[in-house]
Design a protein. Structure first.
Lengths: 461, 752, 153
């Protein structure tokens, strides 16, 4: 029940991103084993492993793999979602930067299992170095004959491409990612039951397997060591198997990526990261900024696992574990979170487009000391009106953290509204951490200066 | 896959608000809800565009019946505009939660809406206003600063954009992407800053831009022409038909105090769905044109002087009867315009045949003046145009031959584009220069202008080589066809038309491989030098490919003006009586009219004008036409109207032709009278009077009726309804188009 | 006999004159119209006035809501665009023509209720008689409040 290095086992080996080093440490054995198996056997192996999607929803991976049609009347595609935009999450960066071959191998196995014609690795636009490393790895894989025509002499053709995003959090949502990949506006598309699943009609209306970077990186290990072996890891939990990378950030002494076995307790993870810094623990967001917050008293007995955290009212999410110490201001944190989602809302549906902006405006007013007592109820209601009514999960993701923070730390909001300043405002520690004053000026939600059309028209005249 | 024409939809059992009903599978829940009168408000959903589910206004609670009889409800409310109905679906549209959700969405939409309804042109007919009234919150809890954006930006000469009012429903953007296909509008920026605008802030340069005004659910896109002209409660709305082209778009004409203020589309799924083209929607107000003929006029001392109606009638009849008695029936002639209604055209030819005993009557401004009966209908065994608009979606290939579709037949263009976009129908274009239709056509034949005949012959020859023998078996006179095009090998075609053999081959293969084909022929065919041979060739192409007797395929020679089809139906032709009867079959007509009719065929329009020059035709009656400007040979027409001894022109405007008139009669414009028009697919559609007539103008049919009364002393027709009844007696197919049967949507007459 | 005359004639006459005498010294209810005019109640609804803002801009934006609310359809409004050179009212729209047919008007005050800017009000001027029918169509110029007088310095 502690750190379990599977994906990150060799990550500190120098030049692990090079083909020789990766192969010398057991790389591409999973692929070689996979191509000897029947395609259905590969999927069965994934099923046995109990692998669940690491992107946030925790959907069993094998169902997606198995859902791809078994005939190739239309070309099949595999997409790796490496558009890691969740604040607090940076696991994919490490996986792609340090172990790109692991991902490429996973992509080839997935492509083999699903009869795919090509695979796309959709990398977040800011991850330039990662894209370089992955492209380098793909080139080496082509040279080694793991990609291209007739892979390993098995008559299986497969190509891999890297596609860079253009800086939109929304494009991490799978249907928006596919729109973006096809060159359309990065907006989500209709989902089941309104439209067929991506496994039937995904990118270019063809069957598409779309998985997170971490999920696909696990595949070589599952195939190499067998599904049953993988299923033993984390067996103490209800239904979570294997390891998970957590990106621990915030007020800890050693922030970074830590791979742990499911079933490890949350506090153990914090200990791994060197413990809380700068004061006592106040709260933890275990799964990235879009998940509800967990106050310190509930953190003590929290177990890391999909169902285990769900019972606590939060989720594993993408594993962006953010730690807050006692000197942090929850209201400011809520405002910053809400601002992120307002900025990243794609503008397609009404609740998310208008609601997120409204939330920011209310929170901003509170921060300026002009809050009204009824604003807390109003915020909660706006959250309710967004949650579950928006087109995609971004609306939910914007509503959950704010609602969670108000529920758990209502007293701080009340204090801020009553006194016009934060509960921690007088502490020197907070004054050191508080965002600089000029920050507000760059708030993108202020319409008096970001005036797209008017600026453009002014330039035209 | 093309949409099958007569497909029985599979029905599924669903339940809405506790009412069980059967709906076709795949119908959207929002439409199904209308069947049980459960009102689901929408903003982004539009019946004729793909659903996107953006506005979240139409949320409903949905569940599915489980095999054990229980209902499993979905945890979140679902957008009903994108949810296809499936077996066992259960929906609730009026639960407490749904009512709250609607309030929430409206509150969200209104926080950034400027609420300047009093000065908004949409105020009073605004979906946002209506939905707020029915479902919205009474007050807003929003106290922050609203989004402020530029107001009233002109996007083009027709469209004004107000960014503040926009609710980002995306209807306009989707229209330009999906329907008109020019993709002129797009969303700029993201999140709460999302704004629709043209790319690069250029001019909104579309032929269908007027539609975005109508589909905008708020006043963000407004008409510049209608801007501040009237409010919805000031105007009177009348149903009518646009007379811009032969598509016969159904429109609403809105007037304020007898002045036309705007034209809106009227839904007719058979014809224009809910679209209009800019040419029709922003057509000039002909009713208030400065050069209208206001009262009857007679030329005295070289100038047209106003007179009373009866004086004009007396002069016309005196001169016409006089010249006919002196110089025989060929001394008088009549030229009918295609802007006139069926009733007008019928009475006009009756005036000449029964009144003056002359067959000298024609309506054609094109070079083709042959006998359609002989050239087209007999070889095809049916009346062309063979197809209706909806067949475009059912056919598998649309072959556009010699027509700039977007210009000549805008609604056919939209429907053909829809067929390609939505149902995957292929398209093939043959036109001398690039046209808009090439954007979706799979193959384009660009030939030298005037070489249509060579191209058609070459295609026919290639087709005869490609089509399987068993398909060609039953074709009558196959050897003759083969011989006639034997010399048209690809090399010869290339020399004549400039179309490379490979391109021709590909086009022929496309036609040969298609199970059905709709051939749309336009202006370049009508005005071809050897139009008769060309039409013959197109007929043969239709026949050998087996499309002559297919329901979803066929040959469509599309008339170029509003009632070109009606003019043929009504027999405004020198060699054809109403109802496609030849002159020999006049007996039944004589029985109805109670007179004897001439047997000699009359002069076609070219011969008529030539005879005017040679002074054998002394009196010419031009009704509703402007040959000096519109005839394919304007010089001939101009010389003819100048040299003819006595010229009567009856028209709305003082046209170039009317300048030369000896008697000018004022006619009502299309919105000032009622009548029927037959569009290119043989659909008779009714118009209603929308505004009062100008000056002393009379409907054309009344003028003819009054002339006939003075000539024959028979009871005249008192209203167009009676005229149509008589048409039904003469031409049984039109009995189905009597006014009692013509509802808002019109009737497509069927032969036989 | 005499008693009868006194009872039937003199007494009633006396009673009548008594009333007259009594009222002779009471304040008068009538006024010497048209030299003198009675004061109107503050909410009297008579002649319409189109108001201006203090800046001199017209309040009326030509929205035609008064025409829509009017039960006898006696109001006609034609709107047009304000331009920066020719500004009549704040915002985009102003009333180019504003006419009320006073013969039809029933002085119900619905127009005043409907007006979103408080431009049209019914005031106490009740002397509306005239000689021709045409004179009863009140144009915008007649209805509009005069421009505020510029105060001399």
């Amino acid at each position: 029940m502690a750190e379990y290095k599977l994906l990150t086992q060799h990550i500190d080996v120098p030049d692990f991103y090079q083909m020789q080093v990766y192969e010398s440490l057991g790389g591409y054995l999973g692929l070689k084993k996979a191509v000897e198996m029947e395609r259905q056997e590969v999927i069965d192996e994934i099923k046995k492993s109990g692998l669940r999607g690491r992107g946030g929803a925790g959907f069993p991976a094998w169902i997606k793999w198995n859902g791809i049609p078994k005939d190739t009347s239309k070309p099949h595609y595999v997409i790796c979602n490496s558009d890691e935009g969740e604040p607090g999450t940076f696991k994919d960066w490490e996986l792609m930067h340090k172990a790109p071959h692991q991902l490429v191998e996973g992509m080839i196995i997935a492509g083999y299992a699903t009869l795919a014609k090509a695979g796309y690795i959709y990398i977040r636009g800011e991850y330039v170095e990662c894209a370089q490393r992955v492209r380098h790895a793909i080139d080496q894989a082509y040279e080694a004959g793991y990609l291209g025509k007739n892979i390993l002499g098995k008559g299986f053709d497969y190509d891999l491409y890297v596609h860079m995003g253009a800086g939109s959090y929304e494009c991490g949502e799978e249907s928006a990612l596919m729109s973006s990949l096809m060159g359309e506006r990065g907006q989500p598309r209709l989902k089941f039951p309104h439209a067929p699943l991506p496994t039937i009609a995904g990118v270019w209306n063809c069957p598409t397997l779309i998985n997170n970077c971490e999920t696909l990186s696990v595949a070589p290990h599952v195939i190499n060591n067998g599904g049953e072996w993988y299923a033993q890891i984390g067996a103490s939990t209800k239904n979570s198997r294997g390891t998970k990378l957590f990106s621990v950030s915030g007020h800890v002494n050693k922030p970074g990526n830590y791979e742990i076995e499911f079933g490890t307790s949350l506090m153990e993870l914090i200990e791994l990261a060197g413990g809380v810094s700068g004061g006592a623990l106040k709260a933890i967001i275990p799964g990235g900024s879009s998940m509800p917050i967990l106050p310190a008293d509930q953190c003590q007995d929290a177990i890391l696992g999909y169902e285990e955290l769900m019972e606590k009212g939060t989720m594993v999410g993408s594993g962006g574990c953010m730690v807050l110490n006692e000197h942090s201001c929850i209201v400011t944190f809520a405002w910053r979170t809400a601002e992120f989602y307002a900025h990243e809302s794609c503008g397609k549906c009404t609740p998310c487009r208008e609601g997120t902006r409204w939330m920011v405006q209310i929170l901003e007013r509170i921060l300026q000391g002009k809050g009204r007592p009824e604003d807390i109820e109003l915020l909660l209601e706006v959250c309710d009106q967004i949650d579950g009514r928006s087109f995609c999960a971004l609306g939910d993701a914007a509503a959950w953290p704010v609602r969670g923070m108000i529920k758990q730390f209502r007293n701080e909001f009340e204090y801020f509204i009553e006194h016009g300043k934060s509960i921690v405002a007088d502490r020197p520690e907070w004054q050191r951490m508080a965002p600089p004053k000029h920050y507000e000026r760059y708030n993108p939600m202020r319409y008096d200066y970001t005036y797209g059309i008017e600026r453009a028209l002014a330039g035209k005249g | 896959m093309p949409r099958p024409k007569h497909a029985e939809p599979k029905l599924v059992n669903i339940e809405i608000n506790g009412i069980a009903l059967q709906v076709p599978e795949g119908e959207y829940l929002v439409d199904a809800a209308k069947r049980v009168e459960a009102d689901v408000p929408v903003f982004c959903y539009h019946k004729y565009m793909e659903a996107v589910g953006m506005c979240r206004m139409c949320l409903v609670d949905v569940g599915y019946k489980q095999p054990d009889g229980s209902v499993r409800k979905m945890p979140k409310p679902q957008a009903s505009c994108t949810l296809p109905c499936s077996e066992g679906m259960v929906a609730w549209t009026e639960t407490e939660q749904i009512i709250k959700d609607r309030k929430a969405v409206l509150e969200f939409l209104l926080i950034n809406h400027p609420l300047d309804c009093p000065i908004c042109d949409r105020g009073g007919e605004c979906p946002l206003q209506n939905n707020t009234q029915f479902y919205g919150p009474s007050t807003s809890r929003y106290i922050e600063i609203k989004r402020h954006l530029p107001k009233s930006l002109p996007l083009s000469d027709h469209v004004m954009l107000d960014l503040e009012r926009c609710i980002q429903c995306g209807r306009c953007v989707r229209f330009t992407e999906e329907v008109s296909g020019d993709a002129q509008l797009a969303f700029l920026f993201r999140g709460a800053q999302t704004q629709p605008h043209t790319f690069q802030l250029t001019e909104f340069n579309s032929r269908f831009s007027g539609n975005v005004i109508e589909i905008c659910p708020v006043g963000a896109l407004t008409s510049r022409r209608y801007r501040f002209r009237a409010r919805p409660w000031d105007i009177v709305t009348q149903k009518t038909i646009c007379t811009g082209c032969s598509n016969g778009c159904n429109i609403y004409l809105d007037s304020r105090g007898g002045e036309m203020v705007r034209i809106n589309a009227r839904e007719n799924p058979q014809v224009n769905e809910t679209w209009t083209c800019d040419k029709g929607k922003f057509q000039p107000n002909i009713m208030r044109a400065p050069n209208r003929i206001q009262q009857p006029m007679i030329r005295k001392d070289g100038a047209l002087q106003p007179v009373e109606w009866h004086e004009a009638y007396a002069l016309i009849l005196e001169r016409f009867q006089d010249e006919r008695d002196k110089g025989g029936v060929n001394a008088v002639a009549g030229f009918a315009g295609q802007r006139m209604t069926n009733e007008d055209l019928y009475l006009f030819q009756k005036l000449f045949r029964a009144g003056f005993g002359s067959n000298n009557i024609d309506h054609r401004l094109t070079r083709y003046q042959g006998d359609l009966n002989k050239d087209l209908y007999t070889p095809l065994g049916t009346f062309a145009p063979q197809n209706e608009m909806r067949d475009l979606e059912a056919t598998s290939l649309i072959f556009i031959f010699g027509s700039d579709l977007i210009d000549e037949q805008p609604m056919v263009y939209l429907r053909a584009r829809k067929a390609w976009h939505r149902f995957g129908v292929k398209a093939l274009v043959a036109y001398p220069v690039p046209t808009e239709a090439e954007h979706f056509a799979e193959n384009a034949l660009r030939y030298q202008p005037g070489s249509e005949l060579a191209l058609a012959s070459g295609l026919l020859r290639a087709l005869l080589g490609l089509l399987p023998a068993e398909k060609l078996d039953g074709i009558e006179g196959l050897e003759k066809i083969r011989d006639s095009v034997a010399s048209c090998d690809p090399g010869w075609v290339e020399a004549q038309t400039g179309v490379a053999p490979g391109v021709l081959e590909r086009a022929a293969r496309m036609i040969a491989d298609s199970p059905s084909m709709m051939l749309l022929a336009g202006e370049k065919v009508w005005n071809h030098r050897e139009a008769q041979t060309l039409i013959h060739m197109l007929t043969q192409i239709t026949r050998v490919t087996g499309n002559a007797d297919k329901e979803e395929g066929g040959l469509n020679l599309m008339p170029l003006a509003a009632n070109g089809q009606g003019a043929i139906d009504m027999g405004a032709l020198p060699n054809q009586l109403p109802g496609y009867r030849s002159l020999a079959e006049k007996a039944s007509l004589e029985a109805v009219w109670g007179c004897t009719l001439p047997t000699e065929p009359g002069l076609a329009s070219d011969a008529m004008f030539q005879a005017c020059l040679e002074s054998s035709v002394k009196c010419l009656y031009i009704a509703g036409a402007n040959p000096v400007a519109e005839h394919y040979d304007p010089t001939l027409a101009a010389r003819a109207v100048q040299s003819v001894e006595f010229l009567v022109v009856q028209d709305v405007l003082m046209t170039e032709t009317a300048q030369y008139a000896d008697v000018a009669l004022p006619a009502c414009a299309f919105a000032e009278r009622e009548g029927t028009y037959t569009n290119f697919e043989r659909r008779a559609q009714r118009t209603w009077q929308a505004v009062p007539p100008t000056g002393e103008a009379k409907p054309d049919w009344r003028i003819f009726s009054e002339l006939l009364l003075r000539l024959t002393q028979q009871t005249p027709a008192f209203n167009p309804r009676e005229v149509m009844k008589e048409v039904g007696q003469v031409f049984p197919a039109y009995a189905a188009c009597a006014y009692d049967h013509l509802k808002d949507q019109g009737v497509r007459w069927q032969q036989g | 006999m005499i008693a009868e005359i006194v009872n039937d004639v003199v007494k009633p006459i006396g009673t009548g004159f008594k009333t007259t005498l009594r009222h002779l010294f009471k304040p008068k209810h009538t006024v010497n119209y048209p030299e003198a005019k009675k004061e109107q109640f503050p909410r009297t609804r008579w002649r319409h006035v189109l108001l201006r803002y203090e800046s001199g801009l017209e309040r009326c934006i030509g929205c035609s809501l008064c025409a829509g609310a009017c039960p006898v359809r006696c109001i006609f409004v034609e709107a047009d665009d304000n331009t920066d050179q020719q500004r009549y009212s704040p915002g985009e729209r102003y009333a180019k023509r504003y006419e009320i047919n006073m013969l039809r008007c029933i002085f119900c005050g619905y127009c005043q209720d409907a007006c979103p800017t408080g431009a049209i009000v019914l005031r106490e001027d009740f002397e509306l008689a005239d000689y021709t029918r045409e004179a009863f169509v009140y144009t915008k110029e007649m209805l509009l409040e005069p421009l505020p007088v510029q105060e001399e310095i």
